[in-house]
Design a protein around this ligand. Sequence first.
Ligand code: ADP
Ligand code: MG
Length: 757
Amino acid sequence: PVNRRKEVQESRLKLPIIGEEQIIMETINENPVVVICGETGSGKTTQVPQFLYEAGYAHGKGIIGVTEPRRVAAISMSKRVAMEMNLSERVVSYQIRYEGNVTDETKIKFMTDGVLLKEIQKDFLLTRYNVIIIDEAHERSMYTDILIGLLSRIVPFRHKRGNPLKLVIMSATLRVEDFTENNRLFRDTPPVLKIDSRQFPVTIHFNRRTPQDSYLHEAYRKICKIHRMLPEGGILVFVTGQQEVHTLCRKLKKTFPINKTESSTQEKRKESRRKLDKNRERAVLPNINLDNYSVAPVDEEADEEALDSDLDLEENEQEEDIDCKDVESSDAGSCTEPLYMLPLYSLLPSHKQARVFEDVPSGYRLCVVSTNVSETSLTIPNIKYVVDTGKVKTKFYDKVTGVSTFKITWISQAAANQRAGRAGRVGPGHCYRLYSSAVFNEFEKFSPAEITRRPVDDLVLQMKDMNIDKVVNFPYPTAPDVEQIEAAERLLVSLGALSAPEKIQRFRDLKKGFVHKITTLGHAMACFPVSPRYAKMLALGQQHDLLPYVVAIVSALSVQEIFVENFKPSSEENEKEEFTKKLEHMKAVKKLWAGTGHSLLLGDLMVLLKTVGACEYEGCTPKFCQKYGVRMKAMKEVRKLRAQLTNAVNSVIPNANICIDPKMKPPTDLQAKLLRQIVLAGLGDHVASRYPDVIPETSDGSEKKMKNAYQCPDLEEPVFIHPTSVLYKEKPHFVVYQNIVETSKLYMKGLVAIEPE
Ligand code: ADP
Ligand code: MG
């Protein structure tokens, strides 16, 4: 029996899913696989695990497992459910790659999808679980897709063994045909339960015109208007990245500051609120469309006009430079009511993320500026206005070469509707789309599945490790291209993880491509929770006491954005500024370990190694991180990953016996040279050579300047050393790179210089 507190009971009763408990549980009891669809916020993630728990699905040995594509969600949802059930976090726990609080007592386990995939490798039948809930299946993350494919086979197996496993797939959209209508996946179509959304109507306001580049400015303007003119209610703004979140927060804080000297301003504020209320009465909102929030826009022209003329914000204010003075001198500038600004993005420290769930101080209006983490995985309470830039930053990969680019693109129609839906949780809401309805109609209907957009080498290795040899035949909800799979197999063969193709037995096999089998090295590599290239480095690190160094380097390479400033591809101006800042950090870090003299030998990887070493030596303190421009959250992840990899190495490599030495000495010259060879073994196909400064062009005899350009095997275009690299000035003839990113040019990052022998 669960002993919930009274407030929890009450708030649960308001969730639409509560009324469906009986039907949900009956359907799950009677069917091996069930799909549940319900609007974000309807209570799927927090309530379904509780229903299962109360129905006895965690009695005895077996437990309830819930997968999330995002770490943020795994952590915050486990905490939320523990709180609602009045149970300790030892019972309702989470596990993500780097950390977790799972114990022997754990009954409900939230985890990232990657974590469950690793567990399947060790225990294919998932015997520890009675139920697996695959949450956020609509996001179509690669691991979620693969898990559904695997579970489609595991569930019947478990049934045959008389120890049935239930599978519950949960989605925030109704688009689930890829799972249900795909008879390679489930022979019997699983039942689909639709949770009545009890979603309040949201009125959609399209912009008449779509601003070209200045969507951030447009968002700022819109928020100012909403805050000055419209009745109370939280605002949620969707922008594309961390940098934009901060920029916008800063500007809005300046415009609507929180005044520290409470008492003296209280009168003023009351006065201004009186004025404000009068103003607000004037801004009559358009009729609310009671049928549906998602399709028909309400007379967009009229809306825009109503808001624009009422607010009377100078039309000719400078587009580029948003100066708060401009706004304060404007007509409605008498508004001194502060905005309670909260940023939200996935790299934000967890305790700061949690603030969006806390109460808003009275007298303030909540304004959350978020990346698309709050599109479906987190339901932020009390939002009435959504401002949607229609943009998202997505990582694009060349499916074959792996070159990655961050691009800002339009979202899909489905995503736009999800965003709009965030405004209708507490009452009728409004969504301001900063683009025209014509542009909206051009959006893709749905975002494509992740698996079709990225290299699949890690996935293929993991599948081969599970003895799925014909990766092409796997029951994918959406299959990757054969080209992608072939590129992955080629890489894995070159790393020695797969063996050369077996003799082709039948014509049919020929058509389906070669069958590579996993090698002993491949099995060892699959044990490490890092990309196959880095796994290879770990598997090679046995000689000359190199393992602790390899572990440190691989940990640092596997965690993103170790250094504070992140790269902003959208504006040239900022790019330069970021570069210089980052160079400063590099200099500082270089100085820290100056005199050890190995920089040339290991390039940027030495900087990483030094950073990890110094951070451990001096303690991973805020002071240290600030001084060297190191991101604390990243360093904490590196430390956890280092511990995890150290354990993995000890269990995979006999007699490794390594530990984490907080006073790790810099490597000797010999060690640094050997480390470089190991790095080269993992990144052997990532070698670039410098072009001669001037190359005579053969076709028309003209000369083409290729100053500082490099050539690498898979790419026709020249690549360049990223300015944050310690080898930027050095410009060695040959370099090994970690990855290539495309911004204004193709840039190589994570460089090590090599000399041809
Ligand atoms: P779904 O999974 O269907 O999107 P959830 O189960 O995540 O819905 O959320 C149900 C409700 O619980 C939402 O109204 C949300 O605001 C609330 N909620 C979820 N997490 C928290 C939290 N950490 N603090 C406060 N409220 C929360
Ligand atoms: Mg959810």
